[in-house]
Design a protein around this ligand. Structure first.
Ligand code: ZN
Ligand code: ZN
Ligand code: ZN
Length: 338
């Protein structure tokens, strides 16, 4: 008999329509006793050398105001520029390029250099949610912007050089790859089943609770059935809404709450500030209703079994398909236990 907890198998991600190889037999030993804690360097509340702290100088001669809540500014090293003209290039169906305008911004979550989502006050985190909504509306309402990607890289392991709590927004003319793939899947689901893919998925996870980590009135956090990263999670709104701008006041509070609880759980797992890339997926801002879209967030943390052992997507994963050892159910159990 086939055993899902022991035998190699592959799982399907209905959002990306990609498969992941699961090899649970490679983790035959229990995890107890294998975690190492690592003392995180103690950060000061203010760092005179930090380009995100209030009052400090940034690149290009700019200076931050003495802000006391959130602070938004245009990225000094923007990957996209608002003045780029829209043009296309194609040769023999092989060499294809497109140009278009975009805007890159940075949001500092707090003036305090040494805070994280997990240890911010609920009321201050709510202000961050408000800033996300404001930015989505501001950038998304511009004709030249087709998609607003909000994301956070945390920890040196994810390439974040500055510990000051902040996120980035890249607002682009076109819809980026991941978003466009998920959009096609959600559209197809809606067409074929007359329902919403993530409404259906959230219902299923709430009923089974096997991969569920956190729940409040408006959101759930789960380790998706098809997770690639060992402790990957998804935060999904219980109510069908296409974007962050649809959140009610109470739902904004609930989003702040579930993000705080999810990241705090991560930090407790290996006793370190957990590195991750995190961000929202939502409808494009081309003016169409996009009712197929269901607002959600992904957390992609690289850590595997301790503060220092990370997973790499290399070898078979670059050449063939992603692979994981610990099952998503086991990962959920581990995260629930801390
Ligand atoms: Zn700082
Ligand atoms: Zn939905
Ligand atoms: Zn997504």
């Amino acid at each position: 008999m086939f055993d899902w907890n022991q035998d190699p198998h592959r799982r399907f991600n209905p959002l990306t329509r990609q498969w992941v190889l699961v090899s649970p037999h490679r983790t035959e030993r229990p995890w107890q006793g294998q975690t190492e804690t690592q003392d995180a360097p103690v950060q000061p509340a203010y760092d005179p050398a930090c380009y995100l702290c209030p009052g400090n100088a940034r690149a290009g001669g700019f200076r931050n105001p003495h802000y006391d809540a959130t602070f938004v500014f245009d990225n000094d090293f923007a990957a996209l520029k608002p003045t780029t003209p829209v043009e296309g290039f194609a040769q023999d169906g092989l060499l294809i390029a497109e140009s278009g305008p975009g805007i890159c911004r940075v949001i500092c979550f707090s003036p305090r250099h040494n805070l994280t989502l997990a240890n911010m006050e609920q009321a201050d985190l709510r202000r961050v949610v408000d800033a996300w909504v404001e930015q989505f509306l501001d950038l998304g309402s511009r004709d030249m912007i087709g998609y607003v990607q909000i994301f956070e890289n945390r920890g040196a392991m994810m390439g974040a050089s500055n510990p000051h709590p902040h996120c980035q927004i890249w607002a682009s003319h076109t819809v980026p790859n991941e978003v466009s793939t998920e959009q096609e899947s959600q559209l197809a689901w809606r067409r074929d089943r007359h329902s919403c893919l993530l409404c259906d998925y959230a219902r299923l996870e709430l009923a089974s609770r096997e991969r569920l980590l956190e729940e409040n009135g408006s959101f759930v956090t789960v380790v998706p059935f098809w997770a690639v990263w060992p402790f990957e999670t998804m935060v999904v709104s219980k109510r069908h809404l296409t974007g962050i701008d649809g959140l009610t006041g109470a739902e904004r509070d609930d989003l702040a709450d579930i993000l705080k609880r999810t990241t705090a759980r991560y930090d407790r797992l290996f006793g370190v500030p957990f590195p991750y890339s995190q961000g929202f997926h939502q409808r494009p801002t081309d003016g169409a209703p996009h009712d197929e879209w269901h607002f959600h967030a992904h957390f992609y943390p690289p850590l595997l079994r301790s503060a220092t052992v990370r997973k790499f997507l290399v070898g078979y994963e670059m050449l063939a398909m992603p692979q994981r050892d610990i099952t998503p159910e086991r990962a959920a159990e581990r995260l629930r236990g801390v």
